[in-house]
Each structure stands twice: as C-alpha cells, then as structure tokens.
Design a protein around this ligand. Structure first.
Ligand SMILES: [Zn+2]
Ligand SMILES: [Zn+2]
Length: 163
C-alpha cells in the first residue's frame, strides 16, 4: 500500500522505515509524517515513543491507542515546515463525523532523535457528518489508499485499512 502520509511512496519505503526503527527521521516533517502514519496504522506505541520525554510523563500508550483505533485517518496535508516546526492539517472521521485538525507543532532533538513536544491547534472543525450509505469522504480528502472511487463510506474507509 501507499504510505498514509501522502508521500506517494510505498509505505515500506516511507514511514514504515521510521515506525519499525530501521531509520530515524532526520527532520521534524519526517517525524510528523511518520506519527500520522503510525496513527493511521494504529501504532500507538510509536506515537508515544516519539513524544519528548517531558510529554511522555503526561501521556499513556493506552489512551493514544484508543484514540488511534477510534478514528479513521484519511489524509495529511503539510502546510509549512521549518527547522523546528511543522504546520499541518489531519483529516479523520470519528463517530461518523469528518474532522479537520490543523496544528502548528513544535519539535526538539533529544539524544540525537527528533521528538514531538506539543502544538498550537489553529483549526479543529467538524466538516460534515458521514453516513454509511453516502459517498466516502476520501473522495474529497484523498487517502493514500483509496481515491475518487465513489464508493459508499460503508464499503470504503469505514472498513479501515489492512496492513
Ligand atoms: Zn510516509
Ligand atoms: Zn474512503
């Protein structure tokens, strides 16, 4: 499958390398993308592990995992990134509602590795209610794994992805 981060690369040549620790992200954007792909592939442990140490104290793998599992992660859009920040929008469906979360995230290096600190959320919108028999929202917010097929939501992203 293609990488959930939207890079157009195969997952195993993109974020999976970071998630399985064969490679380490060399920029905040790579880390951010890999964290989104970890959410999309339901890998709460990686999301936890890539928080800065001070933030890990406030987080629980179980809570992250529950959130990852509850959401259908559709698409990631990177607006801007520089040496220590990334501004992105993540599109996801939870409780049959399509949401956009736009955030400017802050990153730091700890023991040679990029880590996520926190972010300022600038947009957190409920875009539309998604019904099981309506066209899947990935037609407008293309995921890496299904685009413009006009399938019903229940036959498309509602089934989630299989790795
Ligand atoms: Zn990727
Ligand atoms: Zn879909």
């Amino acid at each position: 499958m293609l990488c959930p981060c939207g890079s157009s690369l195969p997952f195993n040549a993109c974020c999976q390398l970071y998630i399985t620790q064969q490679k380490h992200p060399s920029t905040p954007e790579q880390l951010m993308r890999s964290r989104f792909s970890a959410y999309a592939t339901k890998n709460g442990q990686y999301v936890f592990d890539t928080y800065a140490a001070s933030q890990r104290l406030k987080q629980s793998v179980t809570e992250i995992q529950t959130w990852a599992d509850e959401c259908i992660w559709l698409a990631l859009k990177i607006h801007e990134s520089d040496e220590t920040t990334v501004e992105f929008s993540a599109y996801y469906v939870v409780d049959q509602t399509l949401c956009e979360l736009r955030e400017k995230s802050n990153f730091t290096i700890e023991q040679g590795q990029w880590r996520y600190i926190d972010g300022d959320i600038t947009v957190h919108n409920e875009i539309v209610t998604v019904k099981r028999n309506e066209v899947c929202p990935c037609n407008n917010y293309p995921t890496a794994w299904s685009t413009k097929r006009n399938k019903k939501f229940k036959h498309c992203c509602a089934k989630q992805i299989g790795i």
